[in-house]
Write a protein that binds this ligand. Sequence first.
Ligand code: SAM
Length: 192
Amino acid sequence: GYRSRAAYKLQQLDDLENVISSGDTVVDLGAAPGGWLQVAAERVGPQGRVIGVDLQRIKDLEDETLADRVETIRGDMTEERTRERVIEAAGGKVDCVLSDMAPNMSGEYSLDQARSLYLARMAFETAVELLDTDGDFLVKVFQGPDVEDLRSDVEEEFQYVRATSPKASRQESSEIYFIGKGRLTTPVRTGD
Ligand code: SAM
């Protein structure tokens, strides 16, 4: 079984826009407890790889075939050194960056929303840094002020952007996912 209900959301989102393909290298940000990791590991197939990152420790996948395709990093994606570790682990071409990162809920919506947007921005910066031409990006953000600015910024870097709320998350209607399809340019990495 899947470790989280979120796994079904990723299935729906990927069925909609096909962000994960066989053989892909996928980076999964905010990956604990690992539902998206399971789905991503299934869908990349035996030639694919998935790098999962979270503040929390992510337990190895029980299924050894899937576990062999997965590497996990414990770290904070708002810190530059974590992003460096992700780049190192990816070791070159990345086809897909996913982010289901969410803040610890304070209960005050405006604060939680601002934190969610900040995490989504971090994911976007990481995606722009890592993705190869044609790579895809999927990010969760809580609806609210400045979300349209994020969407515009994603639109500049990808062929198109789709905004959607998967059925599996309708109860938490404040969540929206942006899917950036087809990264437009190859990143230039400084220091190479
Ligand atoms: N997609 C996951 C799954 O299917 O199991 C569920 C992800 S959960 C909704 C959000 C995750 O984001 C939490 O595990 C949390 O620890 C992580 N997170 C929040 N802030 C983070 C940060 N700054 N860096 C890395 N992970 C973060």
